[in-house]
Ligand binder design. Sequence first.
Ligand SMILES: [Zn+2]
Length: 415
Amino acid sequence: MTKTLLSALLAVLTLAAMIPTSYAVTRDEIDTLITQANGLQDEQAALDQQITAYSSGIAEALEQKAALDAEIAVIAEEVAALEAKIADCEERIYAAEDDLRQAQVKEAEKYEQFCQRVRAMEEQGRMNYWMILFHATSFADFLTRLDFVSEIMQADQRVMDDLRTLQEQIAAKREELKESHQELEAANAECQVKQAELDAQREAANQLIIELEANRAEAEADRNILTEEAERIQEEILRLSETLAREEEEARIRAEQEAAEAYRLMRERMSAELDDFVMSAGSGGYIWPVSSHRITSTFGGRASPGGIGSTNHKGIDIGGVGYGSTVHAAKGGVVIISQYSTSYGNFVVVSHGSGNTTLYAHMSSRLVEAGQAVSQGDILGLTGSTGHSTGPHLHFEITENGTRINPLIYLGSGD
Ligand SMILES: [Zn+2]
């Protein structure tokens, strides 16, 4: 019994420990996702670094551009000032040229007047300077005439001289203006070269900003994709973790229930086996039919006691029972015979199936009827000495597969 019970108990414990765990979600799957999510976080961090680098590059380029813009503004002001000066200078050159032309015209007019006068004097003869001098009547007259002529000549000469001086002054001024115009033009050209250089630098800064912004936008787009992917995986991890926890909880409850049920079954089986053990006290599942275990006649050949009874004894006789002791079914079954015969007296046969029967004879009374189901230990009748019997005892037989066998094989040797 103990061996059977132990193995049953072991089976229950093993069953409880080995509850099948075929979940829809496994811890491995979740771990894989976590590893994947960590990888994505590393990639995100790398992209964040790139984005930061691009952003600082852009900030730097913007600063550079702002500085260039300031320089360009200064240069533009310079250029504007220079252009204003140039315009002013050019106006003054034009004015000087006008003045010069006017002075030239005046000189030409004056010269023309002078020439006309000289020609008129020549034509008229008497107005000729030389004629005036030659026609002097006296030295005083000559001097007077000379003064007069020289006064006219000197006046004409002064006018001419003044005109020439003016022309020279104007020309000098014009030259001066032209010189400063040239200088201004040179400065302006220099400024414009500088401005073009700055414009080129600003354009380069703009290009750099555009490039960096494009790179940053690309990195940001990549990072957004990674972020979405990471979020998706996190959600998946959460979902799978919850599913796993739920399944583990369900499995735990199921395992508990199964273990409880297995334990209950084991306890049932244990008590049944204990009952069997108590009832049978031997193998074959038979119990003693009466409380006395005193064998007065064994199974097999013997001398017929007092000439009564079989000489080839097919059962055992159990004595020490007196009249009226209870006779119990050695095993559960169905009563197939309950009657009186001249040899067995009041006797009962119980079928245990498969051609196995037990027989109880010489009873004083029978307490069961044919067709009645009996459990092991049920009372079949009371002891007596009916039929071929020399005194109160129970004649007991066991038949297996149609052959009567020695009941003591199963019941033990008795007292
Ligand atoms: Zn007998």
